[in-house]
Design a protein around this ligand. Structure first.
Ligand SMILES: Nc1ncnc2c1ncn2[C@@H]1O[C@H](COP(=O)(O)OP(=O)(O)OP(=O)(O)O)[C@@H](O)[C@H]1O
Length: 266
């Protein structure tokens, strides 16, 4: 059995009168692609924000590599090996792709003013390692042609890949992808599925994803957790979860929704 990388136990968070997440428990195993699905407002992004330490849980705990994550300040999360992308892309728009990726590497910088000023051997070695990792990621995600382009001038689909690249430049153990297909056309979504599979197989990175596109979910996920109104509805393989009656009712809602899902999966 695979080792558990991230463990959530009885997670809960309340915003005023809204219980956004309530008693949610799950384990993400090292090397898998684990996906959260559910209708709008189910609590998926809130779970991401709890893992990123943007929100403090009202109840429960999170462990990463067997150590408590709850209690860590948000700026430590990247250093521990957790990177994320956002539903709305967050990049430096007026910087080049290369600069955005190099910024992603800064999580590994531990130099002080003195060593930076005199460009010591350690700083030089860190600089070389940063460049090598950035070039590896550029090659993996086929971004060579866009290396020197300003982010602001790039099509949305490419910006989405640049954001993914920036997260990979931090060399994460766990990659959180918040709706990687949102805003992408069919072809770009297929490319995104390839990138996710490559990231998992070639880099061995564990992926925790929130996604609405069920065709993408089925293609890349090992396990799926369905949520509704802040609670866990079902956990299993993509096929098991999609055929779960509670999921069909909550996630798809209507008979037309079910027919739509069947068409999408056909
Ligand atoms: N900062 C906040 N303050 C108040 N309420 C919030 C906050 N963040 C989330 N919520 C509420 O918590 C619930 C869960 O929201 P969340 O964004 O996690 O859902 P989601 O499953 O990611 O939905 P979507 O698929 O639309 O992104 C919603 O009712 C939302 O309005």
């Amino acid at each position: 059995m695979k080792e558990v990388l991230l463990s959530a136990r009885n997670l809960g968070v309340r915003f005023g009168g809204v219980l956004a997440v309530n008693g949610v428990s799950f384990d993400v195993k090292r090397g898998e692609v684990f996906t959260l699905i559910g209708p709008n407002g189910a609590g998926k992004t809130t779970v991401f924000n709890l893992i990123s330490r943007i929100y403090e849980p009202s109840t429960g705990s999170l462990e990463f590599e067997g150590r408590p994550l709850t209690g860590q300040p948000p700026h430590r999360v990247a250093k521990l090996g957790i990177a994320r992308t956002f539903q709305n892309i967050e990049l430096f728009e007026h910087a080049s792709v290369l600069h955005n990726l190099l910024v992603g590497r800064h999580v590994h910088r531990s130099s002080n003013v003195f060593s930076e000023l005199f460009f010591t051997r350690r700083v030089r070695a860190a600089e070389v390692a940063a460049r090598e990792q950035v070039e590896r990621v550029i090659d993996l995600l086929d971004l060579q042609h866009h290396r020197d382009a300003l982010v602001a001038g790039l099509p949305y689909g490419v910006r989405k890949v640049v954001e993914l690249a920036r997260a990979l430049c931090t060399e994460p153990k766990l990659l959180l992808l918040d709706e990687p297909s949102s805003g992408l056309n069919v072809e770009e979504t297929e490319d995104m599925a390839f990138w996710i599979q490559d990231i998992r197989h070639e880099l061995g990175i564990t992926v925790l994803m929130v996604e609405h596109d069920m065709a993408l979910v089925s293609k890349v996920s090992d396990r799926v957790l369905a949520m509704n109104q802040g609670e866990v509805l079902a956990l299993g393989t993509p096929a098991e979860v999609q055929s779960h009656p509670g999921v069909i009712e909550a996630y798809l809602g209507t008979a037309e929704g079910v027919a739509g899902l069947r068409r999408e999966l056909a």
